[in-house]
Every structure is written in structure tokens, then in C-alpha cells.
Design a protein around this ligand. Sequence first.
Ligand code: AMP
Length: 178
Amino acid sequence: MIMSKISESIRTIPNFPQKGIMFRDVTTLFSNPSTFKETIIQICSYWKHKNVTKIIGIEARGFIIGSCVSLELELPFIPVRKKGKLPFTTIEQSYKLEYGEATAEIHSDALNQNDNVLIIDDLIATGGTALAAISLVKKLDASISGCSFIIDLPDLNGKKKILDLGIEVQTLCEFSGH
Ligand code: AMP
């Protein structure tokens, strides 16, 4: 029931930002307080007994979801950002986009070997962005408790790539296609 409430609250914009992409717009979920709250409750209840020590949010929509989860679970929030945005010393990881390449960064002192993180974003498609975040966590010798996304695009196989690494993945709804 809640799953259909979540998927119904997400708006689809065809051909944004380019032709052929069905953009799954979570701003309509964020603007519905009861569905947004239910979404955060679903994520927190799934992860609360899994020994997570820090929440990683991926820029930009992962910041919105991740910061709510971090406050609810009373855990530190750590941002993963596009290259050039974080002010302190960083480490970086490049990854492939549908067209071209991007680089993600994390502060070099954000995690250590005692950490077990939950990585959060709004949507997983090819998995490139989440896999870059996973690499950054591993480079800082921290462990990964799992990843959580509101939306899975199963036709693009990203969730499977993460599961194949032995990492747990929570998704709350799915849409077919790109
Ligand atoms: P990927 O790296 O291919 O898994 O793409 C995931 C990232 O791109 C996430 O940060 C999403 O917010 C964004 N993204 C990719 N495809 C879509 C889509 N169809 N609708 C909305 N956001 C998308």
C-alpha cells in the first residue's frame, strides 16, 4: 500500500533532460509531507538494527533523503559531491554517465575503518553513481552496510551490480524503462 503511495507521488517528465529519458521527479514526493514521512520511516525501520554508523548522501537529491534519515537515526551525515564542491582535502572517483564521465568526491577525513555506512540516493539506474560512492567508502577503509534508493530502474541493471558485490540494497518502488 505504502509502496503504491510512493510510486504514485512521483511525477514522470518524458524526454528530460534529453530525448528518450523518462525523468522520475521526486520533488512531488518531497512536497507531500505524509508520503515523504512514510518514505523516511520505511528507510529508517529497514536499517535501524543493521549497525550503521554514518549516512552517506549522494548529491543532490540524496542529500534531502539522507539528511532526514540521519536525523531520525541520530547518525552523522556525510556528503558525496561532484568534483570541486567540497572545501577540505578530498579523495575522488570517476565514473561513466550515459554520455561522458563525472567525478565524485568525499572529504578524506569523513570515514575510517570503524565505519559501516548506508549510502542513499533517490534513484538507481545503471548504478554508476552508487558504485563510485561505494569505491570512495572502500578507499577510506570503511565498510558498507548497504544502499537505499526510493526508485529502482531494473531494466538498467544497477541494483543487480551492487547485489553482485555482496552489498544489500533497499528500493521502495520501480519503474520499467530508462
Ligand atoms: P546511475 O548512475 O545511472 O545509476 O544514475 C543514477 C543517478 O542519476 C541518480 O543520482 C539519479 O538521481 C539520476 N538519474 C538517472 N536516471 C534518472 C531518471 N530516469 N530520472 C531521474 N533521475 C535519474
